[in-house]
Design a binder for this molecule. Structure first.
Ligand code: GTQ
Length: 346
C-alpha cells in the first residue's frame, strides 16, 4: 500500500484514522513531557507584580495573579502538565471576590502579613511559609488588613481537572462569604495530626487542616536535623499529610518541604510525577535533563514528569529549603507512578 493510496483521504470524513500511522505517538516507549525545565525569577517578576498592584484594581481582576507559564505549555497555560502555579498580590484594604471551583488549590505564602483567606466560613490567616488549603468546591475569598503588599504562590490542578472535563466554577452572590466557624479552626483542631478530634469524621478526600503554619513546619525540620541523613536524592524531605489518612493533603496534589544541608549534592532520579518547586531560602541549582536551573529565594521552578533531576545546594555553610508540590497522588492512585535512579547529565 503506498502513501498516496486514495483510501487515506476518505477516512477523516468518516471519522476514522489508520492506527499504524499514529502508533508510536499514542504508545510512546516512555513519557515525553511537553513541559520543559524552567525557572521563574522572583527578583525579576516581583517588580511586575507590584506594578500591576498599582495599576489594576481588584474590581477589574477577579484575582491579581501572574501565571507562571511553562514555555512548552502555553495553550492552555500550565506550569507543568497537570498543575499550575501563579504569583498573587493583594494590597492592604483590598478584598477578592468569593468563589469556588472544582479544582483543588492551595497558597504558599511568600511575603507580608495581615491577610486571610476565608474558606467555607473559616478565616485562615497567612504568614510567610504557611501552606493554606482550598480543597475543591470550597468557597474562598481573600481579605488583606495589613500594612504592606501580601504575595503568595497559588497552586491549582486545573490543567488536570479541565483535561478530565470536570471543571465547574461558581461566583458567590456577595463579595465576601459570612464567617461561620472559629478562626483557623481547621489547623487548631488538627494541630499535630496525631491527636485527632474524636467527634469529627472524615469529610471528603482532602485534609481538614486549613493552614500548615511555617512555625510547625520549621519545628519539624529542626527537630529531625540531627537524627536523620534523609534521602540521597532529596535530603531531609517531609510530606504534609492529611491527618485522617496519613496520605497527601489533597487527592490530586502532594506537598513537601525539604532541607538540603550545606554542600548537598543529590543523586539523580526521575519519576512520572510532575513537580513544581518554590525556594523558601538558600541558593543552589537543580539539573533537569541536562538543563541547569539556578535558583535563589522565592524562585519557582518546574521539573516535568519523567525528567531526570538532581539538586545541588550552592552554599557550603547555609541550608537550602525547598517547598514542592506534585501530582504524585494522581499517578499513584491510577497505578501510573514509576520512579528510578537517573543521571540528568551536565
Ligand atoms: O485565589 O482563588 O491563581 O481562583 C487562580 C485561580 C488564584 C484564587 C489563582 C483562583 C485563585
Amino acid at each position: 500500500m503506498t502513501t498516496d493510496d486514495p483510501a487515506y483521504q476518505a477516512l477523516p470524513a468518516l471519522g476514522a484514522a489508520p492506527l499504524w500511522r499514529f502508533y508510536g505517538n499514542l504508545f510512546p516507549a516512555e513519557p515525553r513531557s511537553r513541559a520543559v525545565p524552567y525557572r521563574w525569577s522572583w527578583r525579576q517578576l516581583r517588580p511586575h507584580l507590584l506594578h500591576f498592584s498599582e495599576t489594576l484594581s481588584l474590581d477589574e481582576a477577579e484575582r491579581r495573579v501572574l501565571m507562571l507559564v511553562n514555555p512548552g505549555l502555553t495553550d492552555p497555560p500550565a506550569t507543568v502538565n497537570t498543575l499550575y502555579a501563579g504569583l498573587q498580590i493583594i494590597l492592604p484594604g483590598e478584598t477578592a471576590q468569593a468563589h469556588r471551583h472544582t479544582s483543588n488549590a492551595f497558597r504558599f505564602v511568600l511575603e507580608g502579613s495581615g491577610a486571610w483567606t476565608t474558606v467555607n466560613g473559616e478565616r485562615v490567616f497567612m504568614a510567610p511559609g504557611d501552606l493554606l488549603l482550598t480543597p475543591g468546591w470550597q468557597w474562598h475569598d481573600h481579605t488583606h488588613e495589613g500594612d504592606a503588599p501580601m504575595i503568595w504562590l497559588d497552586a491549582l490542578d486545573y490543567p488536570l481537572v479541565n483535561a478530565l472535563e470536570a471543571g465547574f466554577y461558581e461566583k458567590y452572590d456577595q463579595r465576601l462569604q459570612p464567617v461561620t466557624r472559629a478562626d483557623d479552626a481547621g489547623s487548631r483542631q488538627f494541630l499535630h495530626g496525631r491527636l485527632n478530634p474524636v467527634w469529627l469524621a472524615q469529610d471528603g478526600p482532602s485534609s481538614p487542616v486549613t493552614r500548615y503554619t511555617w512555625q510547625e513546619t520549621e519545628r519539624s525540620l529542626a527537630s529531625i536535623a540531627d537524627t536523620a541523613h534523609g534521602s540521597d536524592v532529596d535530603g531531609i524531605v517531609l510530606e504534609y499529610t492529611n491527618p485522617w489518612t496519613g496520605g497527601p493533603v489533597m487527592p490530586t496534589l502532594g506537598c513537601r518541604i525539604q532541607r538540603l544541608r550545606p554542600g548537598f549534592r543529590g543523586t539523580g532520579r526521575r519519576h512520572t510525577a510532575s513537580t513544581v518547586f518554590n525556594v523558601v531560602r538558600g541558593e543552589g541549582a537543580t539539573i533537569v535533563d541536562g538543563v541547569r536551573l539556578d535558583w535563589s529565594e522565592h524562585d519557582t521552578f518546574a521539573v516535568p514528569g519523567w525528567a531526570s533531576y538532581r539538586h545541588l545546594n550552592g552554599s557550603s555553610s547555609q541550608d537550602a529549603v525547598l517547598f514542592s508540590y506534585s501530582d504524585e497522588p494522581v499517578m499513584r492512585s491510577l497505578g501510573l507512578y514509576r520512579a528510578e535512579s537517573a543521571d540528568p547529565g551536565a
